[in-house]
Ligand binder design. Sequence first.
Ligand code: NAG
Ligand code: NAG
Ligand code: NAG
Ligand code: NAG
Ligand code: NAG
Ligand code: NAG
Ligand code: NAG
Ligand code: NAG
Ligand code: NAG
Ligand code: NAG
Length: 209
Amino acid sequence: MRTFSFVASALAAASVVFAQNNTYVITVGHNTTSNASLVFQPQEVHAVVGDTVIFNFTLGNHTATQATFAEPCIPAHEANITINGFNSGFRDAGNGTAITILSVPILPQNVNTTMWFYDYNTCGEGGVGVINANDSSTQTLEGFERNAVRLNGTGSLTSSSAASSATSPSGTSGSASSSSTTTGKTSAAHHLVVGSLSVLPLIAAALTL
Ligand SMILES: *[C@@H]1O[C@H](CO)[C@@H](O)[C@H](O)[C@H]1NC(C)=O
Ligand SMILES: *[C@@H]1O[C@H](CO)[C@@H](O)[C@H](O)[C@H]1NC(C)=O
Ligand SMILES: *[C@@H]1O[C@H](CO)[C@@H](O)[C@H](O)[C@H]1NC(C)=O
Ligand SMILES: *[C@@H]1O[C@H](CO)[C@@H](O)[C@H](O)[C@H]1NC(C)=O
Ligand SMILES: *[C@@H]1O[C@H](CO)[C@@H](O)[C@H](O)[C@H]1NC(C)=O
Ligand SMILES: *[C@@H]1O[C@H](CO)[C@@H](O)[C@H](O)[C@H]1NC(C)=O
Ligand SMILES: *[C@@H]1O[C@H](CO)[C@@H](O)[C@H](O)[C@H]1NC(C)=O
Ligand SMILES: *[C@@H]1O[C@H](CO)[C@@H](O)[C@H](O)[C@H]1NC(C)=O
Ligand SMILES: *[C@@H]1O[C@H](CO)[C@@H](O)[C@H](O)[C@H]1NC(C)=O
Ligand SMILES: *[C@@H]1O[C@H](CO)[C@@H](O)[C@H](O)[C@H]1NC(C)=O
């Protein structure tokens, strides 16, 4: 496995850019005014090996947590121990003042693997999305979102609580943070070593956060 020093030296050789690998940015939390389906924009991306999917947390307090189709609002690793899914943990971007990213490189072992994901704070209202859905499968994004609302929500796809979590993220002066509920790996660190060189500056920026 390559190490961080590799990243650093690659940064030094900044002229080395492999533009062929694509980066897809999913904006998290931006403009969700009354619709939790908009927590992830876009909700669905298709990426190939060597590409990188970046979650850009721009507003409010959200997570990007990998799940399984059958259990949309539970970390994938808890639902199925063999899946070492990504999990950003809570990222509070405030009112756009503390923007952070989570990079998810598409690794060779993940080719053609569908990665479902959700936001802990809006999952039950439809705050979910997917990387590499199988378009021939009956497991669709719409079905995943319905599962999330059915299992963790009130039955309605929209909720103003999505908006409130986005616009007033620091509402409660909570004592104990519930970070233990999303303790999964901050897998950006595990995965970035094989990420696209073209996004190394972004990854390095994330490491300093
Ligand atoms: C927010 O979303 C609404 C509805 O999708 C759209 O009409 C509006 O232009 C968006 N505002 C911004 C600032 O993106
Ligand atoms: C919420 O946003 C999704 C995605 O843009 C859209 O398909 C849906 O119609 C919206 N729902 C409402 C109630 O506006
Ligand atoms: C794309 O990424 C893969 C995996 O990281 C790497 O092996 C490959 O060399 C990259 N290709 C280009 C053209 O950058
Ligand atoms: C994340 O969003 C912010 C605010 O819109 C933007 O300035 C920044 O360039 C975005 N980051 C990425 C990696 O797209
Ligand atoms: C758990 O995930 C693996 C793939 O990582 C899959 O092969 C297996 O069928 C899954 N187990 C269950 C019970 O869904
Ligand atoms: C967030 O920022 C916008 C634009 O600067 C501002 O209009 C709004 O009042 C701010 N909201 C909060 C809750 O600080
Ligand atoms: C991934 O899926 C595509 C489209 O179905 C297929 O062409 C390709 O061979 C698959 N790759 C692997 C490694 O299975
Ligand atoms: C969804 O509901 C299940 C079962 O009650 C619970 O274990 C899980 O923590 C909930 N997920 C979220 C994001 O609230
Ligand atoms: C996609 O779904 C179809 C139908 O269930 C299945 O035959 C095919 O193998 C799936 N493709 C992948 C890459 O999982
Ligand atoms: C983010 O949301 C979680 C769960 O709702 C909460 O425990 C945590 O305190 C929130 N973080 C901030 C900074 O408000």
